[in-house]
Design a binder for this molecule. Structure first.
Ligand code: PEP
Ligand code: MN
Length: 264
């Protein structure tokens, strides 16, 4: 997969000045919530609306997503705002439903990337479509497992690919919710230089105050994009409340990141 320029073609087709910005709530909660966030993001640098509808919670008893119903809301948000859409798919049935609702980009969650059988099942379900697939790193700091998941998609003929760096679990408590271990995505890029690399600062940080610095580090390392959890009322979000930022804060952050880049 070395030097496969086609891997970047979908990203280049955006015709963007980097970075690609993907933003939206951790979870779709109601149709009104998702539409309100989508409209607030419409006039920012955001190109793609993210929203989880099937939520793989580590422990039971938490909000597990609205399910397939949320696909209609995503489709409406896309029609009303022109934003592209992305959601997490964790099995072949999710893929079939997402395809029926015209979701543009499918992302593979960190708890799914660890499972080769499920990754293969998803790759087989996406096969033959022109969908973009973004593969989050596995929860554990294992480069081979991450690369293996990407290779399963590539081997299935899916070349519109990218990876999302969302940090790695550690048993020890650190300042991060998930340790960035920057060397792992750097090693991945060294192996596959044309694979677009996107930072998810929200799941690395686990809290709002270090999101900017994480994004700055990623841009300094030439990442291609950012995926940032965004909600108009972050404190009352149904999942990941501590790490979400408002669309206004996102807009300010992208402006500040650009200024720093120019000054830099
Ligand atoms: C998410 O993006 O909301 C999510 C559950 O992410 P991850 O798979 O990185 O934990
Ligand atoms: Mn989340």
């Amino acid at each position: 997969m070395e030097n496969k320029k086609e891997l970047r073609s979908w990203l280049d087709a955006f015709g963007l000045n980097h970075p690609l910005v993907i933003a939206g709530p951790c979870s779709a909660e109601t149709e009104e919530q998702l539409l309100k966030i989508a409209h607030q993001l419409k006039d920012t640098d955001t190109s793609v609306l993210r929203s989880g509808i099937w939520k793989p919670r580590t422990r039971p008893g938490n909000f597990e997503g609205v399910g397939a119903l949320g696909l209609k809301w995503l489709q409406r948000a896309k029609e009303e705002t022109g934003l592209l859409t992305t959601t997490e798919v964790a099995n072949a049935n999710h893929v079939d439903l997402a395809l029926k609702h015209d979701v543009d980009i499918l992302w593979i969650g960190a708890r799914t990337t660890v499972s080769p059988f499920i990754v293969q099942e998803i790759a087989d379900a996406v096969k033959g479509t022109d969908k973009i697939v973004l593969v989050k790193n596995p929860v554990n700091p294992d480069l081979a497992l991450w690369l293996g998941a990407v290779e399963r998609f590539y081997t299935a003929g899916i070349t519109k690919l990218g990876v999302i760096h969302r940090g790695f679990s550690t048993y020890e408590k650190t300042r991060y919710r998930n340790n960035p271990e920057w060397q792992i995505p750097i090693d991945l890029q060294n192996t596959f230089p044309d694979l677009p690399l996107i930072l998810d600062p929200s799941h690395i940080a686990g809290k709002r105050d270090i999101i900017f610095d994480l994004c700055q580090t990623a841009l300094d390392l030439n990442y291609d994009g950012l995926m940032v959890e965004t909600h108009f009322d972050p404190d009352n979000a149904w999942s990941d409340a501590k790490q979400q930022i408002t669309p206004l804060a996102l807009e300010k952050m992208t402006v500040d990141l650009k200024i720093r880049k120019v000054e830099g």
